[in-house]
Ligand binder design. Structure first.
Ligand code: GDP
Ligand code: IMO
Ligand code: MG
Length: 428
């Protein structure tokens, strides 16, 4: 396989919701194949075109570009009902991507029992709950790792599939009862998901083989990460994480392409930090300034509607994410939301028991004691929405960007100045 530097990987470098959907939509202009590699309908990727907002959960965010083939790779966990709903929403807006959508035969299916177990586990954890999206993600990946999950390819034999589906739900019901939750009405649940499974079946393909063929014909790929590096099952704030590898490793194992095909790695970084769900959050602003950021940034979950926790930019976490993933360039989003802040603190180091550290500790107990060391930068008052070049940005905003580049030693190449496709400054 020849290397293709034109391919691009887009990864979230914080706790998700960095604005990956918008960045993918902008970049998909020049890409022929857009690939999701991990996660599932826990993702909520927002694309705003001509004032119209579309939130994508399972479909790649390049879907609004008529020329883009969309691939849902083997690392994604697929809820057939959620996918059907998403296709219907697109259809109602006049977009039908089914003829250019391919779903991996190796991708695991999120079943009704996975959603039920997700909810039951959260209830059983009480105050220690993860704050999951309740989309059945963890239980589905658990079944995959335990080697008794159901994959899309099995839809080729409906009788055998039906038998396995029942078998899984019988076992899941025992688990639900053990967790103190009511069992599912198995036949009713199967009847409910069957139409969605029948709709999904014709889209199933050997996507790895398709991608290998596309490499052969010189197609340009765009790999769309979901969640963010700090939610990664290995390197995130475990156990307050999602259940997949959200970084570069997940792109390889979840697509079937090798490292030689990855091209440029673009890290998406929000100009401040947000996180949904439980878990340590060193830079959290649990006060009026955090509330002001939440309101100005409209920081409410694209999937669950939950208020996002807000804080200043945490460059220790972002640098950690850059190192882990070989990030080549940064797309800095939502810079416009910082307009009006008189001064902007940026976390440049952590202090743990009086010692300064520049990496993210693995132990939750350590992370809980970490204090942020801030560098204070001057703010700006000008609205950024109409800026289209780096030079047009106010000096304090340019200094903010330069400080991020200097600290990370990674260039900022895209700057978000609003939610719309056009509200982007590209630095050549
Ligand atoms: P994703 O999960 O990483 O795709 O991000 P989400 O879609 O969950 O959340 C990002 C939110 O910020 C969405 O509402 C986007 O429309 C919005 N957004 C993205 N980039 C910008 C930006 O540069 N400025 C502003 N104001 N909003 C943005
Ligand atoms: P996008 O792709 C933000 C969070 C949940 C929870 C934890 C585990 O839109 O950036 P899960 O349902 O995955 O088992 O939940 O991970 N989480 C996200 N937070 N953005 C996401 O996706 C997320 N996907 C999962 O809030 O804390
Ligand atoms: Mg999101």
């Amino acid at each position: 396989m020849a290397r293709n530097p034109g391919n691009k990987v887009v990864l979230g470098l914080q706790w998700g919701d960095e604005g990956k959907g918008k960045v993918i939509d902008v970049l998909a202009h020049h890409s022929e194949v857009v690939v999701r590699c991990q996660g599932g309908a826990n993702a909520g990727h927002t694309v705003v075109v001509g004032g119209r907002k579309t939130v994508l959960h399972l479909l790649p965010s390049g879907v609004l570009h008529e020329h883009a083939v969309c691939v849902i790779g083997n690392g994604v966990v697929i809820d057939p009902v959620a996918l059907g709903q998403e296709l219907d929403d697109l259809l109602s807006g006049g977009c039908d991507p089914t003829h250019r959508l391919k779903i991996s035969d190796r991708a695991h299916l999120v079943l009704p029992c996975h959603r039920a177990i997700d909810a039951a586990q959260e209830i059983a954890k009480g105050a220690g709950k993860v704050g999951t999206t309740l989309r059945g993600i963890g239980p589905c990946y658990t079944d995959k790792a335990a080697r008794h999950g159901l994959r899309c390819g099995e839809l080729a034999d409906w009788d055998a599939f039906g038998a396995r589906l029942r078998e899984r739900h019988v076992a899941a019901n025992a688990q639900l009862v053990a967790l103190g939750s009511p069992p599912l009405d198995i036949e009713a649940e199967i009847a409910r998901i069957m139409p969605a499974l029948r709709r999904l079946a014709p889209l199933v393909a050997d996507t790895a083989a398709f991608l290998h063929q596309s490499v052969g014909t010189g197609k340009q790929f765009l790999f769309e990460g979901a969640q963010g590096v700090m939610l990664d099952i290995d390197y995130g704030t475990y156990p307050f994480v999602t259940s997949s590898n959200t970084g570069i490793g997940g792109v390889i194992t979840g697509s079937g392409l090798s490292h030689k095909q990855l091209g440029e790695v673009i890290g998406v970084v929000k100009a401040y930090t947000t996180r949904v769900g439980s878990g340590p959050f060193v830079v959290e602003l649990d006060n009026a300034r955090g509330e002001a950021l939440r309101q100005r940034g409209r920081e409410f979950g694209a999937t669950t509607g939950r208020p996002r926790r807000c804080g200043w930019l945490d460059l220790v976490a972002v640098q950690f994410a850059c190192r882990l993933n070989g990030v080549d360039s940064i797309a800095l989003t939502k810079l416009d939301i910082l307009t009006g802040e008189p001064e902007i603190p940026v976390c440049v180091a952590y202090e743990l028991d009086g010692r300064r550290i520049d990496t993210v500790p693995a132990r939750l107990e350590d992370l809980a004691r970490v204090k942020a060391v801030y560098q204070i930068l001057p703010g700006w008052t000008e609205a950024l929405g109409s800026c289209r070049t780096f030079e047009a940005l106010p000096k304090a905003a340019r200094d903010y960007i330069r400080m991020i580049e200097t600290t990370l030693r990674v260039p900022v190449r895209w700057i978000g100045t609003g939610p719309g496709r056009d509200e982007t400054v590209v630095i050549p």
